[in-house]
Design a protein around this ligand. Structure first.
Ligand SMILES: Cc1c(C(=O)c2nccn2C)oc2cccc(OCCCNCc3cccnc3)c12
Length: 400
C-alpha cells in the first residue's frame, strides 16, 4: 500500500501544457469572475453528465460551483478550461480541489486533490480530449508537489478502489412518476405508492436543529472520532470541515448545503449530525416539469456509532441512523426535494432498506490515482451488486 510512483519532484514536471489542436487554447478559468463562471455553468448545463436515457441533466448553480470549487486552499490554476481561440468559447473544463485523505488501514495521511467536473462539448467528443485534460490537470497538481488524486466516474477505468451503487428515496413520488423516473409496480396503485412514501410534517429526533458556527468545534470533534469507522476518509482541518458543512463561514445561509445537529438537552452536547447537498436536475422535454429537486446525502456522524462491537450496540446505532435519516427526508421535503439520493458508501447500507431507499441502476467507481491500496468494500456484494444491509462500507469520502 502506498504511492505507485514516488520518484518525481515538481522540477521533473514540464512547465508547458501538452499541445492542443491549433484552433484551441488552454485557459485558467476565474470563477470569481461572473462571466467566466457563467461560461462554466452554460458548458455543464448543456454538455455535462446525463442519465443513461438523457431524460435529466445536472443543473449545477453558480452558488454550487463557488461552494464545491473554492474550499480552503483552492487554487485558480486548478480550474482548467479549453477555449476556441477565434471566439473565446469555452468548450471543455476540468477542476481539482485540494483535500486531505486518510487510509485508516495504515493511518497514512495522503495530501491529494479531488478531480471533478470533467466536461467536453458534445461536438468535441471522440477527439481524445479527455485524456489530454486529465494529463494537464495532473501536471498542474504535480507542479504543486501533490501526487495523488481521488476521482469518481460512471465509466469503468482500470482498477477502481471501490464501487458504490446509486440508491434513491422518493419524496414526491407522483412527480417522479410524471417524469418517468419512478414506475408503478404491477400490484400497486398510485394511492398505495403515495401512502408508502408519505412522510410526517415534523422531524422526530429530540434536539434536532440546523447547525450554526457555534456548533463547529463540537461537531468537528464528533466527525473526526466517527470517521475511524471507515477505511478511506477525508482528513479535514476544522476550516475544511466548516466549509463543507456551513458553506461560507460568514453566516450567509447556503442554498446548497444543509447541515443539522442533534443537541442533547440535558448535557448541551452535540451527539449526532447529518448533511445533504441540493443539486437539481433539469428535466429534458417534459410538458409538466422542468426541474427535479434532488438532495444527496453528504457527511454524518453519531455517538451511537462509536462502539458497535456488540449486537445490541449495533442495533442501537442502526435505529439511531434510521431516525436521523428519516428526519433528513422530512427536512429535505421542506426544501422542495423530490428524491433523496445516497450511495451505498459510509454506513448507508444500514438504513437504506428501512428508510425505503431503492437501489438504482447507476454505479459510481472511486479511483485513487497513483496510490496502490487493497480494494475497499463499497456497500454492495461484488457478485450480485445487491446492497449489503448487514454491514456498512469502507468508503467515508463523498464527492459531488
Ligand atoms: C447522479 C445520481 C443519480 C441520478 O442519476 C438520478 N437521481 C434521480 C434521477 N436520476 C437520474 O442518482 C444517484 C444516487 C446516488 C448518488 C448519485 O450521484 C453521486 C454523485 C455523482 N457525481 C456526478 C457524476 C455522475 C456520474 C459521473 N461522474 C460524476 C446519483
Amino acid at each position: 500500500e502506498g504511492p505507485i510512483d514516488s520518484s518525481k519532484t515538481p522540477d521533473d514536471i514540464p512547465d508547458k501544457p501538452l499541445p492542443l489542436l491549433p484552433e484551441f487554447e488552454w485557459v485558467t478559468v476565474d470563477i470569481n469572475n461572473s462571466e467566466e463562471l457563467e461560461d462554466v455553468y452554460q458548458l455543464l448545463y448543456n454538455h455535462y453528465v446525463e442519465d443513461s436515457d438523457a431524460t435529466f441533466r445536472f443543473k449545477y448553480s453558480h452558488e454550487f460551483f463557488k461552494w464545491s470549487l473554492k474550499p480552503p486552499g483552492w487554487l485558480k490554476e486548478w480550474h482548467v478550461g479549453v477555449r476556441v481561440k477565434a471566439t473565446g468559447k469555452l468548450v471543455a473544463f476540468i477542476a481539482a480541489v485540494p483535500t486531505h485523505l486518510k487510509l485508516n488501514s495504515s493511518g497514512k495521511n495522503i495530501p491529494s486533490v479531488e478531480i471533478n467536473f470533467l466536461c467536453i462539448h458534445k461536438k468535441l467528443r471522440g477527439k481524445r480530449l479527455a485524456p489530454v485534460l486529465i494529463k494537464e490537470i495532473n501536471r498542474r497538481v504535480n507542479k504543486r508537489d501533490i501526487w495523488q488524486a481521488l476521482y469518481t466516474g460512471g465509466v469503468v477505468l482500470p482498477s477502481p478502489v471501490s464501487t458504490c451503487r446509486y440508491t434513491h428515496r422518493p419524496i414526491n413520488w407522483s412527480k417522479l412518476y410524471d417524469v418517468g423516473f419512478s414506475h408503478l409496480p404491477a400490484n400497486q396503485t398510485k394511492a398505495s405508492m403515495l401512502a408508502y412514501y408519505s412522510l410526517p410534517p415534523n422531524t422526530k429526533t429530540e434536539g434536532l436543529r440546523p447547525m450554526t458556527l457555534k456548533d463547529l468545534d463540537a461537531t468537528f470533534d464528533l466527525f473526526v472520532k466517527f470517521q475511524s469507522r471507515y477505511t478511506l476518509v477525508p482528513d479535514y482541518s476544522k476550516d475544511e470541515f466548516a466549509h463543507w458543512t456551513l458553506g461560507s463561514v460568514d453566516g450567509a445561509k447556503s442554498n446548497v448545503i444543509r447541515t443539522f445537529v442533534v443537541e442533547d438537552a440535558a448535557t448541551g452536547k452535540i451527539t449526532d449530525f447529518f448533511s445533504y447537498y441540493l443539486l437539481p436536475f433539469t428535466v429534458l422535454d417534459n410538458p409538466h416539469h422542468d426541474e427535479l429537486g434532488i438532495a444527496y446525502l453528504f457527511y454524518y456522524a453519531s455517538e451511537s456509532g462509536f462502539d458497535t462491537g456488540s449486537k445490541e450496540k449495533l442495533d442501537q446505532y442502526k435505529l439511531r441512523l434510521k431516525s436521523l435519516i428519516n428526519d433528513a427526508l422530512i427536512t429535505a421535503k421542506a426544501d422542495d426535494v423530490d428524491v433523496f439520493n445516497c450511495l451505498t458508501s459510509q454506513d448507508n447500507p444500514l438504513f437504506i432498506e428501512e428508510c425505503k431507499f431503492g437501489a438504482g441502476d447507476g454505479y459510481l467507481n472511486y479511483y485513487l490515482f497513483n496510490y496502490k491500496t487493497l480494494p475497499i468494500p463499497g456497500g454492495i456484494d461484488s457478485k450480485t451488486k445487491e446492497v449489503t444491509h448487514s454491514q456498512g462500507s469502507g468508503i467515508g469520502v463523498v464527492l459531488f
